[in-house]
Ligand binder design. Structure first.
Ligand code: MF3
Ligand code: CO
Length: 294
């Protein structure tokens, strides 16, 4: 990799536009990034680190995203058509001035992903599929407001869910939360990933390898790609301003998956056993982290 030498004088105005002198603003910050890069770590580019102004706009987008998931939580029940969840997302998002980010994203044909039981992710909210007693379903919402992106998902349990499936849902949430606990400035994404996969594997589950989280905010999917199988000290440096999703897909059986050949989107477990996923959007701050969408 190449690291650009910082050619800015210590008494010059900081590059960030704060109006402060560089030495009183981003000098120490840049030095930390530079030395991590020299040690061979992957470090974030300036472009993906969010400014306070951008964070405020992204939070407004997230208000809508959270409202979508809250509305789904209120209404979801046995016998409901999956397309009703799509209707709820459209209704809530449009009434609050936003746009559902999935719609037409790389040709995705709906406003939300609904992934039931052995569906791992990107399930279509079909008009002729009804939620049944015992189903576990992930509803994944993403919103654009004034060009700023938010993204989070939750699991819902319909009626009487088996103890086995309930445990998968709960352990997956715990794994995400344990990952979140590791999000702090000057750590590494691998610290988070290790916490996620260690908890999932300790419970006998497997972690999907091919599909991960992502940077987010100014685009739907930005750098970095966020996996859950790496270990402490690996992957990108978590500098303050880095914003990304933690969204592990945890399978009860094998980690092997396949994608529906007909529609090219819906992902299933190879063994037909259930899969669960929770997703939060998080910002690395100077002192720890802030959850942006949940
Ligand atoms: N919300 C999904 C994610 O977490 C987005 C999948 S792309 C879509 O990244 F087109 F299916 F929405
Ligand atoms: Co996401």
């Amino acid at each position: 990799m190449t690291v650009k030498q910082i050619k800015i004088g210590r008494n010059d105005p900081c590059w960030c536009g704060s109006g402060k002198k560089y030495k009183q603003c981003h000098e120490a910050f840049d030095k930390k990034i530079y030395s991590a890069a020299l040690e061979g770590h992957t470090v974030p580019s300036r472009e993906i680190l969010k400014t306070p102004e951008q964070v405020e706009m992204i939070k407004k987008s997230a208000v809508i995203n959270v409202a979508c998931l809250d509305a789904i939580a209120e209404e979801i029940k046995e016998g409901m058509k999956l397309s009703k969840i799509n209707d709820i997302v459209n209704e809530v998002t449009r009434s609050m001035g936003g746009i559902p980010a999935p719609l037409n994203y790389e040709g995705y044909p709906y406003s939300v992903c609904t992934s039931v039981n052995d569906q791992v992710c990107h399930g279509f909210p079909w008009d002729d599929v009804y939620l049944e007693d015992g189903d576990i379903v992930n509803c994944d919402c993403s919103t654009i407001l004034d060009g700023y992106f938010s993204d989070s998902s939750r699991m819902f349990m319909i009626g009487n869910v088996s103890d086995e499936a309930r445990k998968l849902v709960e352990v997956t949430k715990e794994a995400m939360m344990k990952g979140l606990d590791e999000v702090k400035p000057w750590g590494f994404l691998g610290d988070m990933a290790e916490a996620v996969h260690t908890h999932a594997e300790a419970n006998g589950y497997s972690v999907v390898r091919e599909i991960g989280g992502h940077g987010i905010g100014l685009e739907f999917h930005e750098e970095p790609w966020v996996g859950y199988l790496s270990n402490r000290g690996e992957d990108m440096l978590m500098a303050p301003g880095l914003m990304f999703t933690i969204e592990p897909m945890i399978n009860m059986g094998t980690s092997q998956i396949y994608t529906d050949k007909e529609n090219g989107w819906e992902v299933y477990t190879m063994d037909g056993k259930p899969s669960a996923q929770w997703e939060i959007q998080v910002l690395v701050t100077e002192t720890g982290h802030e959850v942006i969408s949940w």
